[in-house]
Design a binder for this molecule. Structure first.
Ligand code: PBG
Length: 327
């Protein structure tokens, strides 16, 4: 299209008042898009703060209910649950234990807050003594033998009442294995939100302090993606969709906006952006130093994810954002 130039065109005409700017705003942030990640560990009345993430805690199940109730009252529709088990081993048995920390917490949440959507992160790293996301032999992370454990974990979450299953391990074929197991166990209507394009990212640093999931040797580069690769990310997403993903995720968010955009455009599925721990910590740290405006920078970052094409925003700031959006 051929737009007329200046002085016929004056883009500033549409910026002259707050109401006019709102009227022509192309993108909105809405509380209905927010997902709050929460970290469960056993105990009562436990709120253990995390150095690298001010405002984030390891919470006992009763405190998870408290935190989720407060966020839900502000309009946050969903939480994403992680678990920190009492014991780790080399088969991640805590991940699929009938009374594991996530399973217990899901049951309690669904009982106390039935209208809250409970999404569970399915991974093995928090439950493995070595901290990797799959079964390890020597220094290798094995793909196919890990699938059964992941599928079993997913089914145990669904059985506890999880509304959405979110595998984050990046083993090949895990969405297919999880879909098959869920269907087999009668959970035909439990959706999968796959961490489809998940990168081996230094932005996960603070999370590993909260989740106590730092690998004891090596790193995650043999299963999580290389930050250099965008076309490969598109292939990863396509594969997950073929295997049965209902919602796809790009993670991290802010440094990967190009992929949020491409994924939404190419596949059109509900697309989630995970604004990860490092993104949150950077904003918190700078704000605590008085260097940036926490609220403005957080909202601007999330708006950028929406503009890129994200429908769902996973953020540790979800409750604050919900408050800010109320005015
Ligand atoms: C588990 C998992 C991780 C994150 C979400 N699920 C850590 C990792 O892959 O090392 C990171 C989330 C964040 O940094 O906020 N595999």
């Amino acid at each position: 299209m051929n737009y007329p130039g200046f002085p016929i065109s004056r883009p500033r005409r549409l910026r002259t008042s707050p109401a006019l700017r709102r009227l022509v705003a192309e993108t909105q942030l809405n509380v209905a898009q927010l997902v709050l990640p929460l970290f469960a560990r056993s105990g009562k009345k436990l709120r253990r703060p995390v150095d690298a993430m001010p405002g984030v805690f390891q919470l006992s199940p009763d405190e998870i209910v408290r935190e989720a109730t407060a966020a839900h009252a502000l309009g946050v529709p969903a939480v994403l649950l992680f678990g920190i088990p009492d014991k780790k081993d080399d088969r991640a048995s805590g991940a699929y234990a009938k009374n594991g920390i996530v399973q217990q917490t899901v049951r309690l949440l669904k009982k106390e807050l039935p209208s809250l959507l409970v999404i569970t992160d399915v991974c093995l790293c928090e439950y493995m003594a070595h901290g990797h996301c799959g079964i390890v032999a020597g220094r290798k992370i094995l793909n196919d033998p890990s699938l059964a454990l992941l599928a079993r974990t997913a089914a145990s979450h669904a059985e506890a009442g999880a509304d959405i299953i979110a595998p984050s391990d990046m083993m090949d074929g895990r969405v297919r294995a999880i879909r098959a197991e869920l269907d087999n166990e009668g959970f035909l209507d439990t959706p999968i939100m796959s961490y489809a394009a998940k990168f081996a990212s230094a932005f996960y640093g603070p999370f590993r302090e909260v989740a106590e999931s730092t690998p004891k040797f090596g790193d995650r580069r043999s299963y999580q993606m290389d930050a250099a690769n965008a076309n490969e990310a598109m292939r990863e997403v396509a594969l997950d969709i073929q295997e049965g993903a209902d919602i796809v995720m790009v993670k991290p968010a802010l440094a990967y906006l190009d992929l949020i955009h491409r994924v939404k455009k190419e596949f059109g599925l509900p697309t989630a952006a995970y604004s990860v721990s490092g993104e949150y910590s950077m904003i918190k740290a700078a704000a605590q130093n008085g260097w940036i405006d926490e609220r403005a920078v957080t909202l601007e970052s999330l708006l950028a994810m929406r503009r890129a094409g994200a429908d769902i925003l996973i953020t540790y700031a979800a409750a604050d954002v919900a408050k800010w959006l109320k005015g």
